[in-house]
Design a binder for this molecule. Structure first.
Ligand code: AMP
Length: 122
């Protein structure tokens, strides 16, 4: 799938629409999800034009990939959820119901998050 510069996260990166920013560095922007699914629900996005995890893992530089992973760990600590636990989740494609076609990962925490898939689907 080709990258669409009109997607909502591209617009956030260009400053066309606001976000509640929690972290930024050269490669990553992180902000609160507009429709939180847990007490803590933050999205981390690369600044580069990647459609999904499949695209990012294949095409991003080592520096971009490392920056995203470092940011997840750092935010877990900074948001105060590292001690109690958190979930780090990325949706790729239709089976995972990816809604926004700019790669992003979710960080959920601040409460018991239940089992990984609830209810089990197999
Ligand atoms: P996904 O299903 O993994 O593609 O998740 C997309 C996420 O983006 C959802 O959790 C939405 O609530 C979130 N979202 C959509 N628009 C915005 C926005 N303008 N600011 C923050 N989060 C958003």
């Amino acid at each position: 799938m080709a990258y669409d510069d009109g997607n909502v996260f591209a617009r956030i990166l260009r400053g066309e629409i606001p976000c509640k920013k929690v972290f930024e560095d050269d490669h990553v922007l992180a902000f609160h999800d507009i429709n939180p699914q847990a007490k803590t629900h933050v999205l981390l996005i690369p600044k580069g034009r990647y459609v999904s995890l499949d695209d990012f893992s294949a095409s991003a530089s080592d520096a971009e990939i490392a920056a995203l992973m470092r940011a997840v760990g750092r935010l877990g600590r900074d948001l105060g959820v590292a001690a109690t636990g958190y979930r780090f989740l990325g949706n790729h494609g239709p089976d995972a119901h990816q809604e926004v076609a700019h790669f992003h990962v979710h960080l959920f925490g601040g409460q018991d998050l239940g089992r990984m898939l609830s209810p089990p689907r197999v």
